[in-house]
Design a protein around this ligand. Structure first.
Ligand SMILES: Cc1cc2nc3c(=O)[nH]c(=O)nc-3n(C[C@H](O)[C@H](O)[C@H](O)COP(=O)(O)OP(=O)(O)OC[C@H]3O[C@@H](n4cnc5c(N)ncnc54)[C@H](O)[C@@H]3O)c2cc1C
Length: 421
């Protein structure tokens, strides 16, 4: 029989937390979730449908690849995952093209990556195998993918961890949940409450202390919870801001070997889909460029929204910009790419939102990525020893860390470790 007297506090109410909480509460544990924000979901952040015409995703948006836990949960919630079609275009400053600049060296890149036995950073990999001037475009394309897609630093990112992504050229099936990721969170939060878990919003945890065989969790506002075990699901940078007992602090130090990247995401809703007026771009899904906001994608439905994306260490160069400054930078980039007056583009704008996730006080970035030392760090962090456990997307040892799937799967794993123990 389960121990109904065990009280587990979970810090954070994102995907990992809610998934763990549901399993633990269902198994009869007393579960209290302490969430700093005034909402659940964390890095899943629906924007007002009144502004965008649908619950636009200001944070996570795509379901990458197989994502079995996400798809299973969506089925349970009665939500469908719609596969996304469309083509990828590049703009090189002069012209649009459908070809990836990597095409010419495809085979060579695949062969070099396949032969790898020991891990090394992406930058070292490129220096070792593709140093010559003839590979300049290939290096640029690889770096752009590592920075833009994985939000990672090529000087620290693991080549082995990115191998699968490269082998299918980052083109695994992508989908979107109908109604957005927020509906998955609404479903999970309702399930947690139904199973008896308490969710306290606006509770910023600042310290965790061990005292007389119990654990005391303290919040900034003075709230205090006494429990048997704590699961910390906060994004990695936030671990440094919470005072921890000595053993947990030592364990948390392993997080230094896991990368954590930044992303700037902006959504621009227009009166009409003017970018489709160029016939060749009618089925454009992604558009890659070297502009300030380099990556753009469309929705190909009745919502005329362009989403701009900039990821990786170079986002620091825009850290002085507030949301309006980011929107302006986005409009400038679109004007340059499409060779249209900026004012024309701006005039058609209906709604806009922008976030530099590095500025978000409860995320301090977007998501994690692997260095060659990350697998070892994850082994340490994921151990269910002691009274403080760690969970969340960064602890996922499967293929796509840094995703919603990773967070959900990590929550399942952490709950499983507690219930087995
Ligand atoms: C812009 C952006 C785009 C993304 N796009 C995708 C995508 O397309 N597909 C995909 O799969 N993934 C995407 N991701 C990644 C995905 O959102 C995350 O991997 C996932 O949501 C993380 O879930 P989590 O539960 O681990 O952490 P979180 O969702 O961050 O949950 C942790 C919670 O802890 C709370 N917290 C922090 N500090 C404290 C504190 N001191 N006290 C109490 N609570 C605290 C936070 O508020 C948060 O709610 C994206 C992320 C971002 C930022």
């Amino acid at each position: 029989m389960s121990d109904t007297s065990e009280h587990i506090v979970i810090v954070g109410a994102g995907a990992a937390s809610l998934m763990a909480a549901r399993a633990l509460a269902r198994a009869g544990k007393r579960v209290t979730i302490l969430e700093a924000r005034d909402r659940c979901g964390g890095r899943i952040h629906p924007l007002p449908a009144s502004e965008f015409g649908y619950a636009a995703d200001g944070g996570a948006e795509f379901v990458h690849g197989e994502a079995p836990v996400t798809r299973g949960l969506a089925r349970e919630a009665g939500l469908s995952v719609r596969t996304i079609g469309g083509t990828q275009w590049s703009f090189d400053g002069k012209a649009f093209s459908r070809e990836s600049p990597r095409d010419a060296y495809h085979e060579k890149l695949h062969a070099a990556v396949k032969e790898l036995t020991d891990d090394l950073t992406v930058a070292d990999f490129l220096r070792r195998h593709f140093a010559g001037p003839e590979y300049a475009r290939l290096r640029h394309a690889v770096e752009r993918m590592v920075e833009g897609y994985d939000a990672a630093d090529p000087e620290r990112a693991s080549t082995l961890a990115l191998r699968d992504e490269w082998m299918n050229d980052g083109h695994a099936t992508q989908g979107r949940i109908d109604g957005g990721y927020g509906r998955l969170i609404d479903f999970l939060a309702a399930e947690c409450r139904k199973s008896g878990a308490a969710i306290h919003l606006g509770a910023v945890v600042v310290a965790i202390e061990e005292s007389g065989g119990k654990v005391v969790v303290r919040c900034a506002g003075g709230e205090e919870q006494i429990c048997d075990r704590v699961i910390l699901t906060v994004p990695l940078p936030l671990l440094r801001e919470i005072a921890l007992p000595a053993a947990a602090r030592t364990k948390a130090a392993a997080a230094d070997d896991i990368g954590f990247g930044s992303v700037i995401k902006l959504l621009l809703r227009f009166k009409r889909p003017w970018w489709r007026e160029r016939e060749e771009l009618a089925d454009m899904l992604f558009l890659l460029s070297d502009e300030t906001i380099p990556v753009w994608w469309t929705r190909q439905d009745q919502h005329h929204v362009l989403t701009g994306w900039f990821g990786g260490p170079r986002t620091a160069e825009l850290s002085h910009l507030d949301p309006q400054g980011l929107i302006d930078a986005g409009l400038d980039s679109l004007a340059a790419i499409f060779n249209r007056p900026r004012e024309d583009i701006a005039r058609g704008l209906v709604a806009a939102a922008a976030a530099n996730w590095a500025h978000d006080p409860f995320a301090r970035g977007a998501y994690s990525w692997a260095t060659p030392q990350t697998r070892a760090a994850q082994e340490i962090l994921a151990r269910a020893d002691g009274s403080v456990l760690f969970s969340g997307e960064a602890l996922y040892r499967g293929r796509d860390m840094g995703t919603v799937e990773a967070a959900l799967a990590s929550g399942v794993e952490t709950a499983g470790l507690i219930l087995q123990g």
